[in-house]
Each structure stands twice: as structure tokens, then as C-alpha cells.
Design a protein around this ligand. Structure first.
Ligand code: ZN
Length: 532
């Protein structure tokens, strides 16, 4: 939820790379095994370019002086162009064709089959987009983003409408180039959650919608309020820095292969097989802001650190999808980090370092405060339950935008109608409504669904881990996080892209993706805190 879109796009680009033809090698005279080696070498080199771009992006958001921006943009766009050219080169297509018809890929789960299958997907996708469209998209995203920043500042939706119109038209063209079976939105969704169609996501969101609305309604109606003021007391930043680092290391983040720095928006960026960088921000009067964002980004980081380093630079060593990536961050942030056992372990440490500030706080009050459910206008500030209603709203509007059923000019009104229906609120202005997210300004239509998919995957994985590991609550309460991390490494991280997201969840949990585990988790928590 706190990973900037541009970052994720960057990672995706970095995942899908291509490599240099060795001098003297000719794809037409190479045998399949040589073709595969050449392909792999090319993928790893393109990935190296991607990691350089990642490092530049990390530096830009953490250390670079502001005046460095224009030159940094040139550096990054040069690397992006180099990667795109290499991925879409003819030799990559030739190597792929040579290997695809060979025995090397006979077993669909073999490393070669995984690498070839995913590279083919990315290659075909890249080849279907005319260069003119790719350039236009890049140009438009810069312009539309600038317009969005200004429009949001002035809460002026009308000023953003022409840019949203252009963006919708462009992604619609993109969907037509890529192709789809049923819904143009399928082609867009597929960029972020490979293999999922609109109908797949719709089915699981339909299962979620009513039970979630009922739960939130019951919490609001019960009238019981959590003592959230505890979280707004004074927490000196230097002490917060120490404690978030301690929490991140406790759950397993390897600081010998990673860092934690400060940026405006928290994110996780991987710059190499043993180099994963997290960021956060600190607010002296909001304990949760940095603490939970660090747990969240640590979850992303643990996934990156758990991918097989020997496959770094090839799909076999890449994360499955944004939804699965988000499942790892949400699992540590919410399923672990907002659980009672976690705080049985960690609250005494907090009380020790913050002294009198938390002297009067008991476990019940703390647990209620960090799990406060309250409808609000802003998605990124939302709690574990209402967050998903913000996502449902965007998922529905985006589909209507892409089919042409909803004109850009009508988006703000449609937004407000759904806010009223789902959260019982009417935004006072567009800055707190349809202009709040960066995604559309960057052309990232089809992205939002992955946040709630992540929540659903997280709950389903966590339920199975609890069953497999015995008394997981007791482990968390004594600060023993290693068995859970080991379970995630074994079942999820170590596979890279061997299995698609839906296949992975079925293999790991024995069941298809469902809203049930998350709803049970949320209902249990609400029963405990709100006594409903
Ligand atoms: Zn995230």
C-alpha cells in the first residue's frame, strides 16, 4: 500500500530483461541448450541494468539534492530505453523459439520452463505495444502527473479531467494492442496480476463485499471507540528509529543485506541479490505511521531476501505478482504486527523505551488502538477492514472508465456516490475524493485490485501457516518469528515465479483463493475488540 507505483513498475521492468548476444553466436545455428544459456545471460544483463535504475531511483528519493532531478531523469530514461531495446530484440525472440520447442521445457516446473514461459509473456507483451504508444504513455504520465499534483493541491477535479480522459483513451488503446478475451480491463489487470482476469477478481471481490459491509456497519453501530489518542502522544523520532529497526530485525530482516532510510513515501527497492532497501518516514505524534509502514516494507523486503539468489535476474528468482508481494507485506504488518501475541512480546519493549509516555497503557487499550476500524476518506490511512472498501470502489470505477460507461468528467460524482454507499461518507472535496491517489496520473489503471488480493492471500497463507506450525500465537508472543519466516521461505519465497498466484495459493493452502480466511480474521478481531 505504501510502495509508490513508479517503483513497482520499475521492478517489473527490471524483471523482464534481455541479454547480449555473445560475439560470434548465431541463434539460427545454436542448439536449444546454447540458446537457453544465451537467453539467460541476456536476461541477467538486462536485470543488471534494471538494478542500476533501481539504485538511481532509491538515491533520488533518499539522498539526491533536488537540483539533480532533470539529469537523474535522463539517466533513468536512458537505462529504461536500453532495457526495452534489448528485451524486444530479434535475437531474444529467436532464442525463445529455439528453446520452446525443445525438451528443456518439457517439465513445466523446471527452471528453464519457468524462465522461458515468463520471458515469452513479457516479450510478447512488449512487442505488441508500438514504440510510439510506449513513448506517448511515458510522456503523458509525466504531464498528467504534473497536472494531478496541481489539481489535487487545489482540489480541482475539472482541471484533471482532460488528462484523465487522455489517460483512459491511451490505456484503452494499450488494451486493444495487447488483446483480451472478454473485457478490455483484463489486458490492464494482467500487467499487475499476471494470469488474473476481471472475472476472476470480480468473483472473489463479490464474495467479500457484503460480509465486509456488514462487519463495518456493525462496528460503526456499536458505538464503541478505541483509545486512539495513545498513538498520538509524543514519540521522539530518534527513539522511534531505534525501535522500528529492532522490530524489523526481530521478524527477520537481514540488515547485512539491506538498509532502512527515510523518504517522503515509504517503499522497498531491491538493488541486488543481497541488497534490499527499505524506507519510512517519522512523525513524532503518530506512532503507527512509521512503525506499521516499517513492518509493511519489511514484509516486502523479507520476500525479496527470500527469493533464490542463484536465480537473481531471471523469472525463477522473481516475485510472482504484485498481489503475492503485497500478501507478504500485509501478513507481517497486519496478521502479525497488529496481533495480540506480537504485542505481548513487543509492548513491554515499547514501554521501556518510551518511559512515562506509555506508562498508563495496558495491552487491551494498545491492541484496540492499533486496530481501530473507522470509515475515512483516505485509502492509505484506512484500517485493515475498511481499506478493502476503498479498493472495491476503485476496481468498479476503473472497469466502467475503460469500457466507456463512465466518462472522465463524471468520475468524481461516481466516486462520491460509491463512498456514500460503501463508507457512509461524502468527501468534502476532490482532494479527499477522486484526486487522492497517484495511480491514474501515472496511467496505472488495473493496479488497485492487487492491494486487496494481497490482503486475501495474506489471510489465507497465515491461516495455513498457523495450522502447519502448531501454536503460532505462542511463538509470536515469545518473539520467535523464525518458524513463520521459514514457512514463508519454503512455501512461497523459494519458488520465485515457478507457480502463478492462483496456482500457488491452491498448492500451499489446498484451497482456491477465497474471502473467507480474511473475513474470519476480521470478524474474530472485531468480536474481541468491539464485542460484536
Ligand atoms: Zn506494499
Amino acid at each position: 500500500m505504501k510502495k509508490p507505483v513508479a517503483q513497482v513498475r520499475l521492478l517489473r521492468v527490471a524483471f523482464h530483461l534481455d541479454a547480449p548476444l555473445r560475439r560470434g553466436s548465431n541463434p539460427r545455428t545454436m542448439n536449444p541448450s546454447e540458446s537457453y544459456s544465451a537467453l539467460l545471460a541476456e536476461l541477467r544483463e538486462i536485470n543488471r541494468l534494471g538494478t542500476m535504475e533501481s539504485l538511481l531511483a532509491w538515491d533520488q528519493q533518499t539522498h539526491m539534492p533536488g537540483k539533480g532531478t532533470p539529469f537523474r531523469a535522463e539517466q533513468k530514461s536512458m537505462l529504461a530505453a536500453m532495457m526495452h531495446q534489448r528485451l524486444t530484440s530479434k535475437k531474444v525472440g529467436d532464442w525463445l523459439s529455439a528453446v520452446e520447442t525443445s525438451d528443456l521445457v518439457a517439465d513445466p516446473q523446471s527452471d528453464a520452463a519457468v524462465n522461458v514461459r515468463h520471458t515469452r509473456r513479457d516479450y510478447d507483451r512488449a512487442m505488441k505495444l508500438p514504440e510510439e504508444l510506449v513513448r506517448e504513455r511515458s510522456r503523458l504520465s509525466v504531464m498528467a502527473h504534473q497536472a494531478w499534483v496541481e489539481a489535487r493541491k487545489n482540489a480541482d477535479f475539472a482541471a484533471f479531467v482532460p488528462w484523465l480522459e487522455k489517460t483512459i483513451a491511451l490505456v484503452r488503446r494499450e488494451a486493444d494492442c495487447i488483446g483480451y478475451k472478454k473485457h478490455p480491463y483484463d489486458a490492464l489487470l494482467d500487467e499487475y496480476e499476471p494470469g488474473d482476469t476481471t472475472a476472476d477478481v470480480q468473483a472473489v471481490f463479490d464474495e467479500l463485499r457484503d460480509p465486509l459491509l456488514q462487519l463495518v456497519g456493525r462496528i460503526v453501530d456499536c458505538g464503541r471507540e478505541a483509545p486512539v489518542e495513545i498513538l498520538e502522544r509524543t514519540f521522539p523520532v530518534d527513539v522511534q528509529e531505534k525501535i522500528v529497526r529492532q522490530a524489523s530485525a526481530a521478524i527477520g530482516f537481514d540488515f547485512q543485506a539491506g538498509r532502512l532510510d527515510v523518504s517522503v513515501h515509504p517503499f522497498c527497492q531491491t538493488c541486488g541479490p543481497h541488497d534490499t532497501r527499505l524506507t519510512t518516514r517519522y512523525d513524532e505524534h503518530s506512532f503507527g505511521d512509521s512503525f506499521f509502514s516499517v513492518l509493511h516494507e519489511t514484509g516486502h523486503g523479507l520476500y525479496q531476501q527470500g527469493l533464490p539468489p542463484e536465480h537473481f535476474g531471471a523469472p525463477r528468482g522473481h516475485p510472482v505478482s504484485l498481489g503475492i508481494h503485497e500478501s507478504q507485506s500485509r501478513l507481517w504488518e497486519n496478521l502479525v504486527g497488529r496481533s495480540r501475541p506480537f504485542w505481548r512480546f513487543f509492548l513491554p519493549k515499547l514501554k521501556h523505551v518510551f518511559g512515562p509516555t506509555l506508562a498508563d497503557v495496558n495491552e487491551d487499550d494498545w491492541y484496540a488502538a492499533i486496530n481501530d476500524v473507522r470509515p475515512g476518506f483516505i485509502r492509505v490511512d484506512a484500517d485493515e477492514a475498511t481499506y478493502n472498501l476503498h479498493v472495491l470502489l476503485r476496481f468498479e470505477l476503473e472497469q466502467a472508465m475503460v469500457t466507456g460507461d463512465l466518462a472522465a468528467a463524471d468520475v468524481a460524482d461516481a466516486w462520491n456516490e460509491r463512498m456514500k454507499k460503501y463508507l457512509g461518507l461524502t468527501p468534502p472535496d476532490a482532494a479527499k475524493g477522486a484526486l487522492q491517489d497517484i495511480h491514474w496520473s501515472l496511467g496505472a489503471i488495473g493496479y488497485f485490485a492487487t492491494y486487496t488480493l494481497g490482503n486475501l492471500y495474506a489471510a489465507q497463507f497465515f491461516e495455513k501457516a498457523s495450522r502447519d506450525l502448531g501454536d503460532l500465537n505462542a511463538m509470536l508472543a515469545r518473539g520467535d518469528f523464525a518458524p513463520l519466516l521459514h514457512w514463508l521461505r519454503t512455501n512461497i519465497h523459494s519458488h520465485g515465479q515457478r507457480f502463478g498466484a492462483r496456482d500457488l495459493v491452491r498448492r500451499v493452502t489446498g484451497q482456491k483463493l477465497s474471502a473467507r480466511p480474511m473475513m474470519e480474521h476480521l470478524n474474530r478481531k472485531a468480536a474481541e475488540i468491539y464485542r460484536i
